[in-house]
Design a protein around this ligand. Structure first.
Ligand code: SAM
Length: 411
């Protein structure tokens, strides 16, 4: 497997800037994601809104959805467009807020802000300010904007929690957000997650949908609503990108929400983070369910034995129903086996399920036919080896899909 750990945040940011410099300067080049006015119309932008956008800017449109569906912007407001790019959404916002309002178009990439500044000055957009800065450190004071719009930027930002906290800080209490972004159904493994090349392809940096919504809720946003979604990557001219997107369930969401009057307390934030449904989602979508089931099998087997030995030393006796005990262990062993058999569908390697079946057979034999501690232990060792092998195969399959490893013989 190609060694890809150790990329720094700076390398990811540099890769993002290089990609969007190319979009700003050569929007007609082939990109793995769709760019330009046709894309905006496919996503739902009415021609009445894009007609007034200068063609040079519309050609470099790289949004992933139509955030205006959430209708967050009102006349006279101060609006911040985060990751404004060539500024199509900023210019639409300029019309919505009118002459008495103001729009701040913020982007990380200098070529984008240069392009927008130059064109907007020629066209006389007096209520537009263009700033080059990072969404992770907004150069704006607290509660200084009424609404925020963002389209396709959050998935490119390394520290999303910080960017969302910054959104909360600069919005006034009760201020609204409209946002379009890429989400995924299952996360990319840590090994592949930090590769700058993959990051700029919009899938690897994206967040699982429920985790993204939870990040906003944790930061103090309320009334979070999904107002639209698109199979955005179906538009990609790159077959590999379409395949990667389909495999990770990547698609785009349009969201609307409101900033609460107060930031949530640290305690309520921690309670949200400890939500067992989040832990369950992480385990299943990261392919760790097999390891977790095996952990429970080991805990119910050897944990109970340890308790039975230790509790009498404290004067407490533990009555164990042997039938229930064995059935509980067997249930977790069979769950481990089931997860590893299901893993075959993903990586097509027969070794892990075969090894797991042998291990499970040994444990069940020891539990229900003829008990030998060593047979039981050997069964658990085989199950553990199978679970680790399955994880390794899942990661290799992911790396192959992402183009990080040459296709291998499926045997
Ligand atoms: C997918 S493009 C979308 C541009 C624009 N919103 C549009 O709809 O055409 C994402 C933009 O986010 C910008 N971006 C990426 N990371 C950023 C960050 N950390 N802070 C601010 N902007 C960022 C990129 O430079 C790029 O212009």
């Amino acid at each position: 497997m190609v060694a890809i750990l150790g990329y720094s945040r700076e390398q990811i940011v540099a890769a993002v800037q290089a990609m969007y410099t190319a979009v700003a300067e050569r929007p007609d080049s082939p990109f793995h994601f769709p760019v330009g006015g046709d894309t905006s119309h496919w996503l739902g932008y009415p021609a009445s809104q894009t007609d007034s956008v200068p063609p040079a800017l519309l050609d470099a449109f790289a949004g992933v959805g139509y955030p205006f569906r959430a209708g967050a912007i009102r006349r006279g407001e101060t609006v911040l467009d985060i990751g404004a790019g060539a500024g199509v959404d900023s210019l639409i916002a300029c019309h919505l807020v009118g002459a008495e309002g103001r729009v701040i178009a913020l982007d990380l990439t200098a070529a984008m802000t240069r392009k927008l500044k130059g064109t907007a000055a020629k066209q006389g957009f007096a209520n537009l300010d263009v700033i080059q800065a990072s969404a992770e450190r907004l150069p704006l004071s607290d509660a200084s904007v009424d609404s925020i719009t963002s389209n396709g930027a959050l998935n490119l930002i390394p520290d999303k929690r910080r960017a969302i906290a910054e959104m909360f800080r600069v919005l006034r209490p009760g201020g609204r957000v409209q946002l379009a972004d890429v989400v995924i159904h299952r996360p990319v493994s840590v090994d592949c997650h930090e590769d700058p090349r993959l990051w700029v392809e919009c899938v690897v940096g994206a967040t699982v949908k429920e985790d993204l919504l939870a990040l906003f809720a944790e930061a103090g946003f309320e009334d979070i609503q999904v107002v639209g979604s698109h199979d955005y990557f179906a538009l990609s001219p790159s077959e590999q990108t379409r395949e990667i997107a389909a495999s990770f369930g990547a698609h785009t969401l349009e969201l609307g929400m409101r900033r609460a009057a107060q930031a949530p307390s640290p305690l309520s934030r921690w309670c949200q983070r400890l939500d067992p449904r989040r832990a369950w989602r992480r385990l299943t979508r990261r392919g760790l369910l097999g390891v977790a089931a095996l952990g429970l099998a080991l805990a119910s087997c050897y944990g109970t034995l340890a308790l039975a030995a230790l509790l009498p030393l404290l004067g407490v006796s533990l009555a164990v129903n042997e039938g229930t005990w064995a059935t509980t262990i067997a249930g977790f062993v069979l769950l481990t086996l089931g997860v590893l058999v299901a893993g075959f569908r993903r990586h097509r390697a027969i070794g892990p399920p075969l090894l797991a079946a042998s291990g499970a057979a040994m444990v069940l034999y020891a539990l229900f036919i003829d008990y030998h501690a060593l047979v039981e232990l050997a069964g658990f060792v085989l199950l553990a080896a199978a679970a680790l092998w399955d994880l390794h195969q899942r990661r290799r399959q992911e790396a192959r899909l992402l183009g990080l490893e040459a296709p291998a013989d499926p045997s």
